[in-house]
Design a protein around this ligand. Structure first.
Ligand SMILES: NC(=O)c1ccc[n+]([C@@H]2O[C@H](COP(=O)([O-])OP(=O)(O)OC[C@H]3O[C@@H](n4cnc5c(N)ncnc54)[C@H](O)[C@@H]3O)[C@@H](O)[C@H]2O)c1
Length: 251
């Protein structure tokens, strides 16, 4: 793929999977817009890319706010002239609250970030790609927890199941403009979001779900995200790929 003049917007690029994706795409020649509400982490991602002679910029973005997400896409177009790939990746957990402790505020908060955040990203990028006649790719981060119900994870599970269906529905509607929409559903990835799960479950319980008996790395997820953005994966559209080292495929 000739990535030299391509542009990607990555939400949640200040940490974990988003940061690894930022490094991967920059290394491949993409111009990277890091959109995150964590300024320090976001600027660090950009700085690291620039140190390696890559091209990147940060925009403070709360994905739960539609105007912020539109502004992030507009920023990419103003700065780099276009948007080829939108990676709707920012997400939060629900802090291990059980269903009956799940008050409406918590539910709202998780749905706003994980579900509306992706919805706003699909809309903002889809509209601009259509307007500029760009046959781009929109990639959404779901989760193995969007297909498996997991304990004390009600709003998170629900939000990630919605991401899978948003991916399918958007792919169907945007196909006529040559825009692909795909998803990734990671298993357990070694990132800050995993810390609470590790502490409450113990690491062995989590690694035992994977065929390799190890956690996944952010780089492993970023590699597939990059592949999904390329013409080599044109055959994949509307699907959410399980990046879970077999977790959801075997009992
Ligand atoms: N780590 C895992 O095991 C795992 C598994 C499945 C899915 N995921 C999903 O992967 C995605 C990335 O998570 P991660 O593991 O890299 O975690 P992480 O906590 O390292 O990164 C999440 C990033 O999202 C940002 N973010 C959170 N809320 C935001 C908001 N409102 N606006 C803008 N940015 C916001 C954070 O600042 C952070 O940079 C999330 O959607 C998560 O649900 C992670």
């Amino acid at each position: 793929m000739d990535a030299q003049n391509k542009v990607i917007v990555i939400t949640g690029g200040a940490s974990g999977i988003g940061r690894a994706a930022a490094y991967k795409f920059a290394e491949k020649g993409f111009k990277v817009v890091v959109a995150d509400f964590e300024e320090v982490g976001g600027l660090k991602t950009v700085e690291e890319i620039q140190k390696s002679d890559g091209e990147a910029a940060f925009i403070k973005t709360d994905v739960a706010n539609n105007q912020d997400v539109v502004a992030a896409v507009d920023f990419a177009i103003e700065k780099y002239g276009k948007i080829d790939v939108m990676f709707n990746n920012a997400g939060i957990g629900n802090g291990g609250a059980s269903l009956l402790d799940h008050d409406a505020e918590l539910y709202d908060k998780v749905i706003k970030v994980n579900q509306y955040g992706v919805y706003y990203g699909i809309l903002a990028a889809g509209r601009k790609m259509k307007q500029l006649n760009i046959k781009g790719v929109i990639i959404n981060t779901a989760s193995a927890y969007g297909v498996l119900a997991s304990q004390n994870s009600f709003s998170y599970n629900t939000s990630k199941a919605a991401v899978k269906m948003m991916t399918q529905s958007a792919a169907l509607e945007l196909a006529e403009y040559g825009i692909r929409v795909v998803g990734v559903a990671p298993g357990y990835v070694e990132t800050p979001i995993m810390q609470r799960l590790k502490e409450s479950n113990g690491i062995e319980k989590l690694t035992s779900k994977h065929m390799r008996s190890e956690l996944l790395t952010s780089e492993m997820i970023a590699d597939v995200v990059y592949l999904l953005s390329s013409e080599e994966s044109t055959a994949i559209n509307g699907s959410t790929l399980m990046l879970d080292d077999g977790y959801t495929q075997f009992k």
